[in-house]
Ligand binder design. Sequence first.
Ligand SMILES: NC(=O)c1ccc[n+]([C@@H]2O[C@H](COP(=O)([O-])OP(=O)(O)OC[C@H]3O[C@@H](n4cnc5c(N)ncnc54)[C@H](O)[C@@H]3O)[C@@H](O)[C@H]2O)c1
Length: 269
Amino acid sequence: MAGQVAGKVALVTGGASGIGQAVAELLAEEGASVVVTDMDELRGPDVVAGIKRAGREAVFLSQDVTSEPRWAEVVGEIEERFGRLDVLVSNAGIGIGAASIIEMSLADWRRQTAVNLDGVFLSVKYGLPLMRKTGGGSIIMMSSLAGLRGAATLAGYSATKGGVRLFAKSIAMECASVGDGIRVNSVHPGIIDTPIWHKIPAGGTASGQNAPIDFEAMAKLAAPLGRPGRAREVAQGVLFLASDASSYLTGSELVIDGGMFAGSAPRKS
Ligand SMILES: NC(=O)c1ccc[n+]([C@@H]2O[C@H](COP(=O)([O-])OP(=O)(O)OC[C@H]3O[C@@H](n4cnc5c(N)ncnc54)[C@H](O)[C@@H]3O)[C@@H](O)[C@H]2O)c1
């Protein structure tokens, strides 16, 4: 049976870990040729090697999504190698917490904005022309539950993810108005079990001493389904948005959060 994205060429940023890795693996399983990019030059090639061992097609390109010259090169390499781009998953992102916004340095604010917002902007600026040239496709931007509602210690992160949400809708409107056949949607994961939780300074202090976030305990309390999500469960949503099964979806937001955005559901036991 042909895969759900058979014959498509997909670019996944931040594909060396967590959600991006799961997306790259699932799109490849479902028949896409996948370009995995990441600034992690150790894990990225490993992810691609795993996909290839499973008999699928993938390639790793080293990329810092905040570098504009590198975006031009990456898209140029994709055009040269595959001649087309059908699916763009703008997934690379970082989280920087601060116990209070007044403790957040401007350097941290800018670094987070550079990856989470500039990186997504550049992905569209450079990816869109190739997608248009080859007849349309699907752009999927990784926002967050934190792009739909506030979080006390993650104000800067929320600002970037809220920005991604409306950036996606605006690009969806541009593409619809020119009729280029490109759909654009955002994905909003809740608490997902990935390495990002070990990287976020939790409730950071000015001295930089941070307690690690216990995301398992957090999810047990906060998610109506009572557990963190798995990266693969987010990837399934991305697969749907990447495939022709979602052909009437654009400017939409897919919330994958175990029910957190819907409300709270105190458990009896
Ligand atoms: N894990 C969650 O609970 C969760 C929830 C909501 C949203 N998200 C979002 O999902 C996306 C993926 O997160 P994850 O949980 O898989 O995190 P992760 O840390 O496991 O993976 C992120 C990847 O992005 C890469 N990356 C970071 N900065 C980069 C840069 N400048 N250029 C290129 N690559 C870069 C990292 O090397 C890493 O491989 C992020 O945008 C994140 O904000 C995650």
